[in-house]
Design a protein around this ligand. Structure first.
Ligand code: FEO
Length: 133
């Protein structure tokens, strides 16, 4: 299981709370894997991933627009890639292929490192300068 730690934090509480939810989702995928790839659990967690992405990315992007964040377009493209990938995993799972959980888990872990600990960190200065704490 993955535990939240300082490396995951962007130091802005409203964003950190959402990223903690992402780690909870990764842990649900780990649990689903341990339960013999239970199809209902896998579909449930994929729905949760899609809902999460929709809500969290919308919130982050609206801050970027409001604060005129210069890397908004690039950041938004990474979000879009995630949404496309999550939708494609959902289609694969609902078509009856439940063996893809390992790939999903690896993808989510990479997102944690590359996006949350990488791309998201880049907006911190801009968000803070505009009053987010
Ligand atoms: Fe926290 Fe850019 O996703």
């Amino acid at each position: 299981m993955i535990e939240w730690n300082g490396e995951h934090s962007v130091g802005i509480s409203v964003i950190d709370e959402k990223h903690k939810e992402f780690i909870d989702i990764i842990n649900k995928v780990i649990v689903a894997k341990q339960h013999d790839n239970n199809p209902e659990k896998i579909e449930e967690v994929l729905r949760e991933i899609i809902d999460y992405a929709w809500n969290h990315f919308r919130d982050e992007e609206s801050y970027m627009v409001e604060f005129c964040y210069p890397e908004y377009q690039y950041h938004k493209e990474e979000h879009l890639d995630f949404v496309h990938r999550a939708n494609s995993y959902f289609k694969i799972v609902t078509s009856g292929n439940y063996q893809i959980l390992n790939e999903i888990l690896e993808y989510l872990k990479r997102w944690l490192v590359n996006h949350i600990q990488g791309t998201d960190q880049k907006y911190v200065e801009c968000f803070r300068k505009n009053g987010l704490k």
